[in-house]
Design a binder for this molecule. Structure first.
Ligand code: COA
Length: 261
């Protein structure tokens, strides 16, 4: 049982929901939430029945308002550095998860909340959401990977403006920036996220996993190394049952039924 995270699995649909659950504190991230999230992610990684993970905040108001600011009162520089490293480990665990991860941004995603979303593969925002790396407004800086992931996602010039001005964007502005993939009406948010997740879960989980790895690793290395990764992944696919199911289904004009093997 977890206190600051709710985990709802729907194995019949191959999806799971990881819900940040500190509603009275706008789902702010504290030590307990980080520890519990780490354990939940490990559980999901090992669960062969789950092919897509959705991360959201409890309630309608916040995805997460970032690091719990009471944490920072009187901490030493060494402790602060350790905290940043712990955040890096956790958010990289999201990024490297076997399954694709959707950030369902149901409300405020500020500071560390935005950084969780940046580590996910997809970001879908409700119209009411407000998103940004606002740490500099408090004389902090994004230390959950934000200074590194945001420029990689939206480009250096736009990331500098977002971070140094501590800009808080509306969902529509975030879409224009390329910070989110999609904005959906508040009233149909859950339905739209679910439909996106189910479509993703109908793909071959092995092809999706390998494509995710190729993109994530390939963008950090020279092109020739990335191409070699891609060739290896392509070879690996031909040791699976699902590739033959995908091709057979196409030839037989039917929908594929993947097993994840
Ligand atoms: N850390 C700790 N507590 C937080 C928090 C955070 N990051 N964000 C919100 N809370 C708490 C508030 O202190 C308040 O607690 P209280 O009821 O005990 O006083 C509760 O959550 C509700 O927040 P409140 O500010 O009253 O709600 P609001 O609707 O007026 O504003 C936000 C919502 C998200 C705009 C506002 O809370 C905010 O700006 N939070 C900080 C965001 C931020 O700077 N994050 C970066 C952190 S590095």
């Amino acid at each position: 049982m977890y206190k600051t995270i709710l985990l709802k699995k729907e194995p019949e649909h191959k999806i799971a929901w990881l819900v940040l659950n500190r509603p009275d504190k706008m789902n702010a991230i504290n030590s307990q939430l980080m520890d519990e999230m780490y354990r939940v992610l490990q559980e999901i990684e090992d669960d062969k029945e789950i092919w897509v993970l959705i991360v959201r905040g409890t309630g309608e108001k916040a995805f997460s308002a970032g690091a719990d600011l009471t944490w920072f009162e009187g901490i030493t520089p060494t402790h602060a550095r350790d905290l940043a490293s712990k955040g890096h480990t956790l958010f990289t665990q999201i990024e490297k998860l076997r399954q694709p991860v959707i950030a369902a941004i149901n409300g405020y995603a500020l500071g560390g909340g935005c950084e969780i979303a940046l580590a996910c593969d997809f970001r879908i925002a409700a119209e009411r959401a407000k998103i940004g790396l606002t740490e500099v407004n408090l004389s902090l800086l994004p230390a959950g990977g934000g200074t590194q992931r945001l420029p990689r996602i939206i480009g250096i010039a736009k990331a500098k403006e977002a971070i140094m001005f501590g800009r808080r964007y509306t969902a529509k502005e975030a879409l224009e920036l390329g910070l989110v993939h999609k904005v959906v009406p508040d009233g149909s948010f859950e339905e739209e996220v679910r439909s996106f997740a189910l479509k993703l879960a109908s793909q071959s989980p092995i092809a999706v996993k390998l494509a995710k790895q190729c993109i994530n690793q390939g963008t950090q290395v020279p092109l020739d190394v990335g191409l070699e990764l891609e060739a290896q992944a392509f070879g690996t696919l031909f040791s699976t049952k699902d590739i033959f199911e995908g091709i057979a289904a196409f030839l037989q004009k039917r929908k594929p039924k993947y097993s994840g093997e």
